[in-house]
Design a protein around this ligand. Structure first.
Ligand SMILES: C[S@@+](CC[C@H](N)C(=O)[O-])C[C@H]1O[C@@H](n2cnc3c(N)ncnc32)[C@H](O)[C@@H]1O
Length: 395
């Protein structure tokens, strides 16, 4: 494909990404894969170039652009690395038609305006906001149930991260094709997620409930912290995600005591037996995901103020539910992969104000900065996804 044809292809994909963001359609990755299936002539270099163009364009446009073409013109105008793009609008056979006088160009920025206001209001400055949209590195966790870092020889050089067994690999490393991955010796997991697990302080012998376990990314890390000694319960309302846990746990050699499918709105019914009994509860709450825009930058075009309100209400309810499961002297670790105070520090402040028997514990992590009664991780400061993490102790 010519450079111009690649640009036109990216514009077509972007039209789909924009439409999907407006109407809660499929994620960008899936739309890109579909375009490649429908256009088999695209070779591997074309695919890489088109994918990069699509994501570079999504990253640079703050508000939802009116069209893929307007978005591509914004990239051409605003990014020095992409100053070659404008010349490709040459009207050639498979390329984009020539640029018209006064043609609309999408707005650049970090996010839609209402969301930028919330970021800045949460003390995320421009540098940090820009870093939220960087490319994410590839972090893995050495599964201590199966191996030690010292005894593990990997096919590529890895950067040691400040959590035991956490490694950063060159982006694009095909870890999923390694035998170490198939054998559950390494798990792909962002350093931020590993730190969130570390923050629980889980020890062998503890009883731990992972209340929003999803497909079990953090559950497996908790199993490793427990060294399979104690009790680990994984709960979630999403049957599909939760069903992925058993095969993953088997591969990782992780013992999960119980996997509990929760009924949304009636979550406590299935956990009644744990009332006031757990040493530690992890609430890795559903959130806006502002801290994970590096992985899916179009998520900021999908989020609405209503959805954020729904999420904060759900987080608040889950905090209350989790609190009922913790035994006196036990702790609740609250985590969101968001840098917005409304979902992080604000929730914890409100919880502590409403629950006098609880206090914030010191979370001693080798990364992050204090934020309210917890710690905030950010791509700019810590090289992790953005997270808020707090541990709350019950008297
Ligand atoms: C941030 S994700 C969890 C990711 C997971 N802990 C991991 O490390 O891979 C939030 C999870 O909360 C779950 N969830 C949503 N509503 C819930 C509810 N009412 N009770 C429990 N879990 C819920 C979602 O299904 C989702 O899996």
């Amino acid at each position: 494909m010519t450079p111009a044809a690649r640009i036109q292809a990216a514009i077509e994909v972007l039209d789909g990404v924009i439409d999907a963001a407006r109407h809660q359609g499929p994620p960008a990755d899936r739309l890109i894969a579909q375009w490649f299936r429908d256009h088999r002539f695209a070779g591997s270099k074309d695919k890489r170039a088109i994918r990069e163009l699509v994501y570079d364009t999504v990253r640079i446009c703050g508000p939802v652009p009116r069209s893929g073409r307007a978005a591509m013109l914004a990239l051409a105008e605003a990014s020095e690395d992409h100053d070659w793009i404008a010349a490709q609008f040459d009207g050639s056979q498979y390329g984009p038609p020539a640029i018209r006088e006064g043609e609309p160009v999408a707005d650049v920025g970090y996010a839609p305006e209402w969301l930028e206001d919330l970021l800045f209001g949460s003390d995320i400055d421009e540098e940090q906001a820009a870093a939220l949209l960087d490319r994410a590195p590839l972090d893995v966790r050495v599964n201590r149930l199966k191996a030690t870092r010292e005894g593990l020889a990997l096919p590529v050089a890895a950067e040691e991260l400040p959590v035991p067994g956490a490694l950063r690999l060159p982006t694009g490393t095909p870890v999923d094709q390694w035998p170490e991955y198939a054998d559950g010796i390494i798990e792909v997991q962002d350093l931020g997620s590993q730190l969130a697990c570390l923050a629980t302080g889980a020890q062998p012998g503890d009883s731990v409930i992972d209340l929003c376990a999803g497909a079990g990314g953090k559950t497996l890390a908790l199993a490793a912290m427990l060294n399979n000694r104690g009790t680990l319960v994984a709960a979630d309302t999403d049957r599909r995600r939760l069903s992925q846990l058993a095969p993953r746990a088997e591969r990782a050699g992780a013992e999960i005591g119980d996997t509990v499918l929760l009924d949304p709105g009636r979550e406590f019914a299935a956990l009644e037996g744990w009332r006031g009994a757990a040493d530690r509860v992890l609430v890795d709450a559903p959130c806006s995901g502002t801290g994970t825009w590096r992985r899916n930058p179009e998520a900021r075009w999908r989020l609405t103020a209503n959805e954020l309100e729904r999420l904060t209400a759900l987080q608040w309810r889950l905090l209350g539910l989790a609190a009922q499961l913790v035994r006196p002297g036990g702790s609740l670790t609250y985590v969101v992969c968001s840098v917005l105070d409304a979902e992080g520090a604000g929730q914890v402040d409100a919880f502590l104000a409403a629950n006098p028997g609880w206090h914030a514990e010191t979370v001693d992590l080798p990364a992050g900065r204090p934020r309210g009664k917890g710690v905030r991780l950010s791509p700019a400061h810590d090289g992790t996804d953005g997270f808020f993490i707090a541990r709350l102790g019950k008297a």
